[in-house]
Design a protein around this ligand. Structure first.
Ligand SMILES: [Zn+2]
Length: 268
């Protein structure tokens, strides 16, 4: 049973107890409102922090006894960013994991193939990456994930195994969808927080400070398409992140190498 299910059951039983024991109607109402607000707060926290494994258990950190971290990039492939990013990664001899948006992959098929052929792992990051996805029906989310997997499979010959939900947000009902599609959810241990720090140097310092053995590091290929975070700044950020992590002695791994699993569901 997930933490979400436990929390819901506990809240319902506490609400029932409050209903029975509170004698004064106003006290009862205030206690129930308080309980409801706490419940919503816990759900929101569980949604924002995948490390809590609230709705489902995700891979957030690899082995702590090896000096490796995994760089992961969300929201591509982007035609302006990815060619430069792939060139940098090749020069630095770093293999990473790309969580790709199905729609963007469909629009840039050559980039998906090139990323895979350069030794990077391709993973699923939904089809539309809509900001309203947590409010959709579960079957619609499942269909969207399946569509992204199909598109990526057509391009690289293998169905992705790993998935990261848009904005790394969780919600009830995803566990079953992941099981049905044989997808393994991935969270993060360290986030670039590019939107907060903005400056490549500050982002790199933040990532290097937070990183530890086994960290899954979440960076963005496109930072929500903001004008002041263009391709050159993205690539410069990655260059400095790699340099700073190397200074601390870390090596880089793809997710499948870090977790010693297959990177794809080989049935496409
Ligand atoms: Zn994203």
């Amino acid at each position: 049973m997930s933490w979400f299910a436990y929390t819901t059951l506990w809240t319902l039983s506490l609400a029932g107890t409050t209903w029975v024991l509170a004698e004064d109607p106003l006290t009862r109402l205030l206690l129930l409102i308080g309980l409801f607000l706490i419940y919503i707060g816990v759900l929101a926290l569980g949604s924002a922090f995948p490390q809590m494994n609230f709705y489902f258990t995700s891979l957030n950190r690899g082995p702590a006894d090896q000096g490796c971290v995994a760089l992961t990039f969300d929201d591509g492939p982007d035609p302006k960013v990815m060619p430069k990013l792939l060139a940098l990664l090749e020069k630095e001899e770093v293999e990473v994991t790309f969580f790709m948006i199905g729609q963007a992959a469909e629009a840039n098929p050559a980039l998906v193939k090139r990323a895979e052929s350069k030794g990077h792992l391709i993973a699923n990051h939904s089809y539309y990456h809509s900001s309203t996805w947590p409010f959709q029906f579960v079957f619609a989310i499942r269909d969207e994930l399946a569509r992204a997997s199909e598109i990526l499979a057509k391009l690289i010959g293998n169905k992705p195994k790993y998935v990261r939900m848009p904005f790394s947000v969780g919600r009830p009902g995803l566990n079953r969808a992941f099981r049905k599609l044989k997808l393994t959810p991935v969270g993060w241990d360290v986030r670039g927080l590019e939107g907060l720090y903005r400056d490549p140097k500050l982002i790199a310092e933040h990532v290097a400070k937070e990183a530890r053995n086994g960290s899954v590091i979440l960076l963005h290929e496109c930072y929500y398409r903001t004008a002041d975070f263009g391709p050159d700044r993205v690539v410069e950020t990655v260059r400095q992140v790699i340099a700073k992590l190397r200074e601390r002695g870390f090596k880089f791994q793809r997710l499948d190498d870090m977790f010693e699993t297959e990177g794809y569901n080989n049935e496409a």
